[in-house]
Unconditional design. Structure first.
Ligand SMILES: CSC[C@H]1O[C@H](OP(=O)(O)O)[C@H](O)[C@@H]1O
Length: 339
């Protein structure tokens, strides 16, 4: 488990289990302040996802699931259910976990009697959150083998990552950072190159959680990644994902593709870590993944015209393996996980 979880969980139900509200860690306040926020309505949940108070594909999915439960507090009828799901679906387009979670909630609730829908929504949201924790822990154990294979005595195993795909991007344990936590817990010497990740600098979130967990790490400018790989200072790259297409093409935070190109150029293994809820088997290839364009203000360029795509797509050919709770496979073989 990542550091700080006991004090600052990313998402947790109201302590009394009264099915009334959830608490989230407001990630827009990190790393300077750790502030928990209470969500009591559909609008609270949609706002939290839209403005990235919660972020990270699996955490967005779990928050949306709880947003459905919150949205049905006073009315669980079909019209209200459709409004709630449409509102949450419109918050962010790229992370398929959001849309996967909403489809699952819709499926379960449409099969529930009207009087049982409110409790069924809370129970299913709780199940999604619990499953995410377990899936990410399993990713850690599968990914641990990649780090163990690169251990050379007491020399730190140097992992590079991009953005934040740690526990802060999930209900707990993280995805790309989960193997790092597993290695750290197993006593392996591990060090993480943390890429700041312009423009929202989610790398500072990774640095925050690694510091909480006592995992050695070094913050770098995004553009320094290629030099470090050229200098042989990176043993492997592990990144998260927001949507993996059926052919293994992967959408992740913008800048991931550049790291994959540099990794290929320097023979550095490049892995994607994600739970199965991030694989979109209905999406045949990466060119079909919607790429979120965020506000120009995030770049702070004043009146200068801005392009601000929040994600890019790494072709499967640049990915050595995809790590999920089911194991590690080549990107072109994902159909085996399509239950
Ligand atoms: C474990 S998924 C994390 C994934 O989500 C992030 O995007 P954002 O911070 O915009 O929600 C980024 O792409 C991470 O790799």
């Amino acid at each position: 488990m990542g550091g700080g979880q006991k004090d600052y969980p990313t998402l947790i139900e109201d302590a009394g289990g009264r099915n009334e509200s959830v608490l989230i860690l407001d990630q827009t306040r990190l790393p300077s302040e750790a502030v928990m926020l209470r969500l009591v309505s559909l609008e609270d949940a949609a706002h939290a996802i839209r403005v990235m108070q919660v972020r990270g594909a699996p955490l967005i999915g779990a928050t949306a699931a709880y947003g459905v439960a919150l949205g049905l507090a006073d009315d669980a009828g079909d019209t209200r259910l459709n409004h709630v799901i449409d509102t949450l679906a419109a918050t962010r387009p790229t992370a398929v976990n959001l849309h996967w979670a909403l489809a699952r909630m819709r499926r379960v609730l449409q099969e529930s009697a009207l009087a049982a829908r409110r409790d069924a929504a809370w129970n299913e949201a709780r199940a999604i959150a619990t499953e995410d924790k377990a899936a990410n822990a399993a990713i850690g154990q599968h990914g641990l083998s990649l780090l163990q294979a690169r251990q050379q005595g007491s020399r730190p195993i140097n992992v590079m990552t991009h953005c934040n795909a740690g526990r802060l991007a999930t209900v707990d344990n993280g995805t790309a950072i989960s193997p790092v936590y597993a290695a750290h817990a197993a006593g392996l010497p591990v060090h993480v190159w943390v890429s700041e990740t312009r423009p929202r600098n989610q790398g500072l979130l990774t640095a925050w959680e690694l510091r909480e967990a006592g995992v050695p790490h070094t913050l770098i400018a995004d553009n320094a990644a290629g030099l470090l790989m050229m200098q042989g200072k990176v043993d492997l790259v592990i990144v998260g994902a927001d949507r993996i297409a059926a052919n293994g093409d992967t959408a992740n935070k913008v800048g991931t593709y550049l790291k994959a190109l540099a990794a290929k150029a320097h023979g550095v293994p490049f892995y994607v870590a994600a739970p199965l809820s991030t694989i979109d088997f209905a999406c045949s290839s990466g060119d079909r993944i919607p790429i979120e364009e965020r506000a120009a203000e995030e770049l702070g360029a004043g009146d200068t015209p801005v392009a601000n795509p929040a994600f890019d797509v790494t072709p499967a050919a640049l990915i050595d393996g995809i790590i999920s709770e089911r194991g590690i496979v080549r990107p072109g073989t994902l159909e085996q996980w399509n239950a």
